[in-house]
Design a protein around this ligand. Structure first.
Ligand code: 3SL
Length: 240
């Protein structure tokens, strides 16, 4: 008998996206530390829209046109830009109802590679339960696209992807067939009681800790702080 369940799968890096694309109506872009967490925080704080761009040059062109523009590379604010990639940088009164531009090392790259999918939404631990429930209601094939680090696998995005997959599979309407998805689910099950502890020696946690960004890490690893779902529409992220 044919399996009528929808699929939820996990793609570990943007570089592997071409192997998955075209099979999924919804792509969830995940960059837990810190791009997609910062984007969720920005919408939670009332920003109107974010134009994600893959390169610093494109972000700079927008800045020259008068846009508020953020740029992060190697965890730090790129010189000359208005802000970087910390979720706390969006918790400003003057960002409310504003349109801003953002480029980051990996997160905006993933958004760029996925931009032609039917639906592209932003996921993080911050909107985990709300997003997972919304995805289940859509009843469409879902790909969780992890941003990784410079096209290498990372733990935190994979664990978040595993959490989303685990929820969708628990509804009985979804299944996973790829080993990447099965691995993501097992990583989530091992990490779920203490994300911070589990990720203690992860590469990007170390990188950010060395930059004194421990508060950002704690914030980004604290689930369910918001009920926003950023969605890509005509090249801009807006609130669903
Ligand atoms: O890779 C990215 O897009 C960033 O989230 C990296 S960082 O956390 O700002 O270093």
């Amino acid at each position: 008998m044919e399996d009528s369940r929808k699929r939820v799968e996990v793609c570990f890096t943007p570089g592997e996206y071409p192997y998955y694309k075209d099979e999924f109506e919804i792509v969830v872009v995940i960059d837990v530390l810190r791009a997609t967490s910062a984007i969720c925080a920005a919408f939670d704080n009332g920003i109107k829209s974010i134009i994600p761009v893959p390169t610093v040059e494109e972000a700079w062109d927008y800045k020259l046109k008068g846009y508020l523009a953020g740029a992060e590379r190697k965890g730090q604010i790129v010189e000359g830009f208005d802000f970087g990639n910390s979720p706390f940088s969006y918790m400003r009164e003057d960002f409310k109802d504003k349109e801003v531009v953002l480029t980051t090392t990996n997160g905006t790259k993933s958004l760029d590679v996925a931009k032609n999918a039917e639906v592209v939404v932003v996921g993080s631990f911050l909107n985990l339960d709300y997003l997972s429930k919304w995805l289940a209601e859509q009843n469409k094939n879902v790909l969780c696209l992890c941003s990784g680090w410079q096209d290498k696998f990372n733990l935190e995005d994979t664990i978040c992807a595993g959490a989303i997959s685990d929820y969708l599979i628990s509804t009985g309407n979804y299944t996973s067939i790829e080993d990447s998805s099965i691995a993501a689910k097992y990583l989530f099950l091992s990490a779920k009681d203490n994300y911070l502890g589990y990720l203690k020696s992860s590469s990007h946690r170390r990188r950010l800790k060395n930059l004194n960004l421990n508060e950002d890490i704690k914030y980004c690893l604290t689930p369910n702080q918001t009920e926003v779902i950023p969605i890509l529409k005509d090249g801009k992220l807006v609130k669903l």
